[in-house]
Write a protein that binds this ligand. Sequence first.
Ligand SMILES: [Zn+2]
Length: 190
Amino acid sequence: MVVHAKFFFNEMVRIANSCDHSYDGVFFYAVKTTGIFCRPSCKSRCPNKENITFFQTAEDAKQAGFRACKRCQPDMVNFDPKMDLINDTKAYIQENYTENLTLKRIAQNIGISPYYLGRLFKEHTSRTPRTYLENLRVRKAVHLLKNTDMSTIDICYEVGFQNASSFYHAFQKQTQYTPQQYRKDFSYDL
Ligand SMILES: [Zn+2]
């Protein structure tokens, strides 16, 4: 694709540098110095503007002599880079669930807008990031209730809930028990 207008060129450079997933499949960019081409969302190092060239299809890029990036696999039709994003989100939540995580903070770390992340996550996992986070926290709380003698309020904060009522609410919704009932009924080993 020959991009004449400077505006569009700059806009595409901006997209490539922001790793924006919403343009995957719309165009590809290649880096002259490395001989490799990528999807716009690729998280590989951002190249200099002078070294970038754009293509409309992966085939065009290949014919111009570029090789497909191993990370974003732009030549694989069925490869879904969105799944990469979902997995990154899950990994981020798993590593940081004890902290006060907001959708905004998660999205900032993943590098996309909160709105887009929320929509994409729901679409692929049928849960919102918040529900995923809550499920994870409740699972950790269950583990602590069964295997430690920590108080329920300590467990509440330990697994990242900001207050007791949201802990109770989430716990009951998922297990049908209050944390105290759960411990009483399932901790006979202690
Ligand atoms: Zn790539």
